[in-house]
Design a protein around this ligand. Structure first.
Ligand code: HEM
Length: 421
């Protein structure tokens, strides 16, 4: 990277943000043979949703281009004899898939007691901790976005992704920053054109496609340090419905260490800008999980915020204020506080780093659309994700010659009465 101009460095970083890696080759604008749009593209019929022109076609184009990128990487991995040459379409590096016992708050207000949020209800879950970057071999010591994906098992009811509607799983997918860097199909096309171009000028102009806010968000998402995946905060970034019909509202969710709200400023600072331990290896976040589980049963909590008037469902670049700054107070911005909805306890001494469990982790598929209708994913990014995640998951599993089992079959028999045995 030495001596690379800033624009080029920031362009490289952008492509590592959440999913942008897949868009490198995605020349939607220049493409003449567009793939057929998905026929089961979701309707924009939830609270605050507005359909943008060309969404179903954009979803098909992005999917096709992600596949191209995966093929390229698979060729290298096949040569190296990797048992899973086809990796995830984004966030391929896992620090581990851990078991967690989830309990919904016993005293939840009735307005929030909807769908899987039934007061006192217990669920077994698989929690995958991950890096954002598209390179599965990138060292954890490099700054990056981090992620956390929770899969509740044995929920009641049919879910929205038709292929897996009887799987009884509800997924919560989060990244370590509250906002995304793109929120429209037009933005995609502008970014794709430039990231995909060989022209230096196009790379130089990339920030103009994202705008100031998008560029800033992208920089922030990828600039995070992390000392321990269990000591971090993760946001849904995009909204999800809560409820059905006229009673439905829009919400966002977030995960954080138990008791975070009562921490001192210094304690909060220690996890938002932590010192990376000296001598940390390339996979030190996996080791950090093991060390934490050796000491205790770590605890995290899941929270939701309910949208207030004026907060946009479609604009994923703007945060819904939960903790008002002096400015928010001065200008009277609406505040949507986060409310604790569930506790996650990770059974201590669980030995998650076994070859079998790591393969099972690789084979899991998370999707925002593994969701009850009461938790329908909202907004343009979530609508796109329905067909993209499903098709990419099918693609990687069929090419890896494994069954895309949903729910994951691995140790499913060890979940009884909502708790891991
Ligand atoms: C249109 C926008 C997006 C696209 C095209 C996209 C694409 C993808 C793809 C293809 C996968 C891999 C699916 C698989 O192989 O099974 C994935 C996984 C993931 N995405 Fe996105 N994504 C988008 C938006 C987001 C947003 C807004 C978030 C914010 C939370 C996010 C967070 C994640 C995470 C955490 C995973 C890993 C899930 C796992 O552990 O399996 N993505 N994304």
């Amino acid at each position: 990277m030495y001596g690379k101009p800033l624009a080029s460095v920031s362009a490289q970083r952008l492509v590592s943000v959440v999913f942008a890696s897949h868009l490198i080759a995605c020349s939607a604008a220049g493409q003449t043979n567009l793939p057929a749009p998905a026929t089961d593209y979701p309707a924009a019929d939830g609270p605050g949703e507005v359909l943008q022109a060309g969404e179903p076609v954009a979803a098909a184009v992005i999917t096709a281009q992600i596949k191209k990128g995966l093929e390229k990487r698979a060729a290298e991995r096949k040569k190296a004899g990797n048992p899973r040459p086809y990796i995830r379409g984004a966030h391929p590096k896992a620090h581990g898939c851990l078991k967690a016992n989830v309990q919904i708050e016993p005293t939840l207000p009735s307005a929030l007691s909807v769908g899987v949020y039934q007061p006192g209800k217990k669920y077994c879950s698989w929690v995958r901790f991950l890096n954002s970057n598209e390179n599965p071999d990138r060292p954890d010591t490099d700054k990056d976005g981090r992620g956390m994906a929770i899969k509740l098992l044995n929920i009641d009811g049919k879910t929205l992704l038709e292929r897996d509607s009887s799987a009884a799983t509800q997924d919560f997918i989060m990244i370590s920053h509250p906002v995304f860097f793109i929120n429209s199909v037009d933005d995609y096309v502008g970014v794709i054109r430039k990231v995909n171009s060989d022209s230096f000028l196009d790379k130089l102009l990339l920030p103009f496609s994202l705008g100031i806010r998008g560029t800033w968000n992208a920089y922030q998402i990828t600039s995070l340090k992390n000392r321990n995946p269990l000591a971090a905060r993760y946001w849904s970034m995009v909204p999800y419905q809560l409820g059905l019909g006229a009673n439905a509202v829009a919400t966002k969710f977030m995960a954080q260490p138990c008791g975070y709200s009562g921490w001192t400023g210094q304690e909060k600072e220690a996890i938002s800008d932590p010192e990376i331990p000296s001598g940390a290896g390339p996979d030190f976040l996996r080791q950090a999980l093991k060390d934490a589980l050796d000491k205790e049963a770590p605890c995290m909590e899941l929270l939701v915020q309910v949208r207030k008037p004026g907060m946009s469902v479609e604009d994923a670049k703007t945060e819904w204020v939960s903790d008002p700054s002096w400015w928010d107070k001065l200008v009277g911005n609406e505040v949507a506080p986060f409310v604790k909805i569930a506790t996650l306890r990770f059974p201590e001494n669980q030995n998650f780093d076994t070859p079998e469990q790591n393969l099972a982790c690789e084979d899991m598929s998370y999707s925002p659309w593994h969701a009850l209708p009461e938790h329908k994913p909202l907004g343009v990014l979530n609508r796109l994700r329905k067909v993209i995640y499903r098709d990419i998951s099918s693609f990687r599993h069929s090419n890896n010659l494994v069954d895309p089992m949903e729910p994951p079959a691995f140790q499913l028999d060890q979940c009884g009465a909502g708790e891991w045995q």
